[in-house]
Design a protein around this ligand. Structure first.
Ligand code: 5GP
Ligand code: ZN
Length: 117
């Protein structure tokens, strides 16, 4: 599917919904989650619309690889990498996915328990 103006995060990409953007390049945007669950809680998304992990195809390899590398760079630049952080993809209803434009939650600045809730 191409970028879709009914998709919340496609609208963030297009700039029609405001977001506190921390980073953007040709492939990836990172912005603050509106309901943060940790001192640092960013959403790292591809510009390209992909609904979820479950929708990934081999042709998305480069996009997702770049997203992961960017997330790790952002974690270092936000000084959360040395203490440790979480990168979370919720997939589907039982995992709590509410926005169906793939996104990584980059969470840091506190300790996290395991197993996750
Ligand atoms: P999910 O539940 O799909 O894994 O994550 C969606 C995330 O998007 C949630 O953490 C939620 O707080 C965040 N979110 C929902 N609507 C908005 C919005 O309009 N702006 C921003 N910045 N975050 C949003
Ligand atoms: Zn989208």
């Amino acid at each position: 599917m191409q970028n879709d103006d009914r998709c919340l995060f496609c609208r963030v990409v297009a700039g029609t919904i405001p977001a506190k953007k921390l980073f953007e390049d040709d492939d990836v945007i990172a912005f603050e989650d509106i309901n943060p669950q940790a001192p640092t809680h960013l959403l790292v998304i591809p510009r390209r619309h992909i609904a979820s992990l479950d929708a990934l195809l081999p042709e998305h390899s480069e996009t997702i690889g770049r997203l992961l590398i960017r997330a790790s760079e952002i974690a270092r630049s936000r000084h959360i990498a040395s203490d440790g952080y979480r990168l979370v993809f919720n997939n589907g209803q039982s995992a709590g996915q509410t926005v169906f434009h793939i996104h990584a939650h980059l969470l840091g600045g506190r300790d996290f328990s395991w197993p996750p809730g």
